[in-house]
Write a protein that binds this ligand. Structure first.
Ligand code: BGC
Length: 859
């Protein structure tokens, strides 16, 4: 029988046939990543996958490999919607590989503090306009291929500390003019099919129960017609979340909903039509993805394809996000003639010979391959400069936890790097093995990889076994953190015991902040000898969910497992050796920064300082060799106490699988850097807008900075940042001239175009990101930031060439939110200046215009 293609008739037809119980079940996932199918009616399931910069697929740790793009903060630093659109197509292709339908991305919450653990993952930086526009490009490009996107986390998920409970207190203007803006722009420009609610409370109400956010603003004001899903385990009620417009509880199987919801209807706590509204939106989503055409659809195996064209694109995208912060002393670029004149380059720093490719948490994935800056530079430079010596010294350690150790450990079953993991259907590791698997990483997660019979709450045990061969003899270190009770054995002898763990036991930041504090032990070991390592654990005890139909409920989650680490004794003088190498080299490239353990979902950072002895190392290296290039890998601003002495500083973010090639291209000048900061780099944490209000106390955080976030704050408070928002140098120079507007009178019916001529005045071709900031020059009805970003354009220029950069300012560029009227307004007869700028503090010219007489309207 031919299927009806019309969405409404398909959706309404299915809705009419579904029983109340089936409808209730459809409002939760069926498992960790999939929606609930109803095969009886030919309603297929949809599969979700995390992003935002790669498609991880249906396994959180050790999944099938995937292309890994640069972190979102780096993509934001490109200021290039074309790159974001190309990335969208790549992601859509990889979504097909992973047999997934709903991409859980993009992330757009603002970088409120440099300490925000998830800053690296967000496209917004400290400006909502930039994030909103980039997110719109992303969403359009992915959805064009019939793949749903999920803009997240609605709203203001800008801190990880206490994320499941924290109450974020903010003014209406702060909410409307900053934190909702990226979502509002993306919904206006791109219409994402899904949105994910955040975990926390906004002004006292959990986002997942928040009718004002999910229905009044999102659907009624903005006209959003897609589906709202919870963040994972983020539904905090039975009836109120459905009432608020929260369509889908994720993950499944249902914890709060399911039978509770059908019972709630039967007992009169909720009308069936309220539930129907949510089911309807889930059915509409199934239709939009085209999945409705496959009533008997059976999910296929995930695939991994490392495509050459993706490699090439990711290399370019990564290089384009790298920001040249400072370039004095003619060190960069390392042109062929400069390299011909030198003998030795040293790569120094804890990240130099590591693949620091991404931040941690749900945005992390298993990349198709990994590159290391030192190795890649050495490999790439070998053929053009065969006589150049490239050496490496680590300098210091910068790990937060004892590192995972698959490199020196193999499974006894198959000899492959990693461990062999077995699951038992009891708490005693007894009897038949219910399920076994090879685990590549020693992050032994028990989450989306459990046998089906292990339903949430069922207690089970697991054992992972590996054969570990240390490279050296010495006092080596083992570590463990575990969610439930756990212990570690070496050659059958217990070396770590965390067996007394209960529900109430202390948690640390380890394992997405679900695990115990890390326990460490030192053991004398012989290099080259093989030892048997066993890790035993028991699943956590879960609390039953109380059935209070109309109350707020606590959060629960079923994430479980252990993380074990191993590190050989460091006998060398890391610091001294590195300084000596720096002294004997012609040029030093220091690759410093943070990594996946310091910057991650689930916790915030404690400091802007580089971890370990990196600052001291940089200082000492600069003393012995001023020809030093500092390359920093981090997703957030760091403090730079050595900046005055450092001639050259490069911000390299986390660049995904092509990090080595991208950095190489920028260092040697194959790519002229054009990245610009999407976030202000402050001099010190004390200067930041929320210094006194981050991360709050007693589970409450006050957004005391109001509408003055990022450059809005630094400009108003006259605080000079270390590097301003929008800053980024090039190997060439650009002149800005002739800033103009298409009309001196703004009317909403004929949007106004601002233009500026950009000339490449240097000797290399390059790209320039031009920023347009709008200021109200007549007194506004309410205080406003001095200027706000309302447009940007990237131009590519040959030496001597001039091009015009322009942007169309629409009515949304002018208004502010009047919280007495609860409306967006533009002041009557207001006058504005639009500035063409190379950064938020480097304004190169402006043009003025005013709004038509008597104009004051809702935008
Ligand atoms: C994160 C989301 C993510 C989800 C699924 C949550 O912990 O906050 O961003 O999409 O997990 O992995």
């Amino acid at each position: 029988m031919p299927l009806p293609v019309d969405m409404e008739s398909w959706v309404e037809g299915k809705l009419a046939e579904l029983t109340l119980e089936e409808k209730a079940l459809m409002l939760s996932g069926v498992d960790v990543w999939r929606t609930y199918p109803v095969p009886r009616l030919g309603i297929p399931q949809l599969k979700t996958s995390d992003g935002p910069v790669g498609i991880r697929g249906g396994t959180m740790v050790d999944g099938t490999t995937a292309a890994m793009a640069p972190s979102a903060v780096s993509l934001a630093a490109t200021w290039d919607t074309d790159i974001i659109s190309q990335l969208g197509s790549l992601l859509a292709t990889e979504m097909r590989d992973k047999k997934a339908d709903i991409l859980l991305a993009p992330t757009v919450c603002l970088h409120r503090s440099p300490l925000g653990g998830r800053n690296f993952e967000s496209f917004s930086g400290d400006d909502p306009f930039l994030g909103g526009k980039l997110a719109a490009a992303y969403i359009n490009a992915v959805q064009e291929h019939g793949i749903a996107t999920t803009i997240k986390h609605f709203a203001a998920n800008d801190q990880e500390t206490g994320r499941f409970v924290v109450n974020q207190i903010m003014s209406e203007r702060c909410l409307r003019e900053l934190h909702l803006v990226p979502f509002q722009i993306a919904i206006r420009d791109a219409n994402p099919w899904c949105i994910m609610a955040s975990y926390s409370k906004i002004n006292g109400v959990y986002a997942s129960n928040n009718k004002k956010l999910l229905t009044d603003i999102l659907r009624k004001e903005w006209g959003f017609d897609g589906m709202v899903m919870s963040d994972w385990f983020g539904v905090n009620s039975i009836v109120p979340s459905v009432d608020a417009g929260m369509d889908l509880e994720m993950p499944g199987p249902a914890r709060k909903r399911g039978k509770n919801l059908s019972d709630a209807v039967k007992k009169g706590f909720m009308e069936e039509k309220t539930l129907d509204a949510c089911v309807r939106r889930i059915l509409q989503l199934i239709h939009k993805t085209g999945k409705y055409k496959y009533p008997d659809w059976v999910e296929e195996q995930e695939e991994a394809h490392d495509r050459p064209e993706h490699r090439q694109f990711l290399r370019e995208a990564a290089a384009d996000g790298i920001v040249l912060l400072k370039n004095e002393g003619d060190i960069l670029p390392l042109t062929a003639s400069k390299l011909d004149g030198i003998k030795q380059i040293a790569f120094i720093g804890p990240n130099a010979d590591e693949s620091v490719a991404a931040g941690g948490g749900s945005a992390a994935l298993n990349p198709h391959y990994r590159q290391k800056p030192y190795q890649q530079f050495k490999a790439n430079i070998a053929s053009p400069h065969p006589d150049l010596v490239v050496k490496h010294a680590r300098g210091c350690l910068a790990n937060k936890f004892v590192p995972v150790f698959s490199e020196v450990c193999v499974s006894p079953k198959n000899g492959m790097h990693g461990m062999h993991m077995e699951y038992f259907g009891n708490m005693e590791h007894k009897g038949q093995v219910v399920h076994s698997a090879h685990r590549i990483s020693t992050i032994l997660s028990c989450y989306d990889n459990l046998p089906k019979s292990f339903t949430p709450g069922k207690r089970y045990s697991y054992r992972a076994t590996g054969l570990l061969t240390p490279k050296t003899t010495g006092k080596h270190m083992f570590s463990m953190g575990t969610c439930g009770p756990g212990r570690m054995l070496l050659d059958g002898k217990e070396i770590i015991n965390i067996w007394n763990r209960t529900k109430e036991s202390e948690r640390s930041e380890m394992f997405m902040a679900y695990a115990s504090p890390e326990k460490r032990v030192e053991i004398d070991m012989v290099g080259g000898r093989t030892y048997t390592v066993e890790v035993e654990g028991v699943s956590r005890e879960l609390d039953p969910i109380p059935v209070h139909y109309t109350d707020e409920l606590y959060r629960d989650e079923v994430m479980d497992g252990s993380r074990v680490g191993f590190m050989e004794e460091v006998k060398e003088n890391l610091f001294g050796d590195a300084v000596a190498l720096a002294a004997e080299s012609d040029i030093v490239v220091m690759v410093v920064g943070k990594n996946i353990e310091w910057e991650s979902e689930a916790y915030d950072m404690k400091s802007m300082d580089l971890p370990g002895a990196q600052n001291e190392l940089i200082q000492e290296v600069l003393k012995v060799n001023p020809n030093t290039i500092i390359v920093n890998q981090s997703g957030s601003p760091i403090s730079m106490p050595w900046l005055a002495a450092a001639p050259t500083v490069v911000q390299a973010w986390y660049q995904g699988q092509e990090l080595g090639n991208a950095l190489f291209d920028v260092l040697v000048g194959a790519v002229n850097p054009s990245g610009k900061l999407p976030v202000t780099f402050p001099k010190r944490l004390e200067d930041t807008p929320c210094f006194h209000n981050f991360p709050g106390e007693n589970d409450t955080v006050v957004y005391g900075e109001g509408i003055y976030l990022g450059y809005r704050h630094y400009e108003k408070a006259k605080i000079a940042p270390l590097f301003p928002f929008g800053h980024g140098l090039s190997y060439t120079t650009f002149r800005y001239s002739n800033v103009r507007v298409s009309s001196s009178l703004f009317s909403p019916d004929s949007p106004l175009v601002v233009s500026v001529d950009i000339t490449n005045t240097g000797s290399l071709s390059g790209k320039e990101s031009v920023q347009f900031y709008v200021s109200q020059t007549t007194k506004p009805g309410l205080p406003r930031p001095i200027k706000e970003l309302k447009g940007f354009a990237k131009v590519s220029l040959q030496p001597g060439e001039t091009k015009t950069a322009c942007y169309t300012l629409d009515k949304y560029a002018l208004g502010y939110f009047n919280d007495r009227k609860m409306l967006w307004v533009v002041d009557e007869n207001a006058e504005f200046a639009v500035h063409a700028a190379a950064s938020s503090v480097d304004v190169r010219g402006h043009a003025v215009f005013r709004v038509a007489k008597g104009l004051s309207w809702i935008v």
